[in-house]
Design a protein. Structure first.
Length: 150
């Protein structure tokens, strides 16, 4: 039976080294960097307008995805729809979204993100109006398919 001989190391070999071979800084050697007086400083009005628009757009999209689940039984009862039609109002939306997603991505590259976002929001508005004006479940399902690009 053989024994395992481990190499001996001097204590200096176990010190931490950075990639460039230098030692890491000690707490005493760290200089305190001045902090910005205001986190919001340095951002232009255009930045905040664009940021707010994108946040509101994401909020509308998330709200649309959540609110339909809660409102669908009442919508189906009001429009005289069956449970199968209620199912297709959600499935048609997801199917149309899956089909049009690559198209909207391509349109964004061709025409620019701003034009694509404005067109998408206008299309969403038209779909919302059509959903609100639906007289029966078939029209509602079709309106949900139009509702997609966001």
């Amino acid at each position: 039976m053989s024994t395992l001989d481990l190499p001996s190391h001097s204590p200096s070999e176990f010190e931490m080294k950075l990639e460039d071979g230098s030692s890491p800084p000690t707490p005493d050697s760290l200089e305190k960097k001045p902090r910005k007086a205001n986190f919001w400083a340095g951002k232009s009005g255009k930045f905040w307008t664009a940021f707010t628009t994108l946040v509101l757009t994401a909020f509308i999209s998330a709200l649309d995805a959540v609110i339909i689940a809660a409102a669908l039984p009442a919508i189906a009862a009001d429009l005289g729809g069956s449970s199968n039609q209620a199912f297709w109002s959600g499935t048609g939306f997801l199917l149309a979204s899956t089909i049009t997603q690559p198209l909207w991505g391509t349109f964004s590259e061709i025409f620019g993100r701003r034009v694509n976002l404005i067109t998408s929001l206008l299309w969403f508005l038209v779909g919302s109006i059509l959903c609100a004006r639906s007289t029966d479940m078939s029209m509602f399902i079709g309106s949900r398919v139009v509702y997609v690009p966001n």
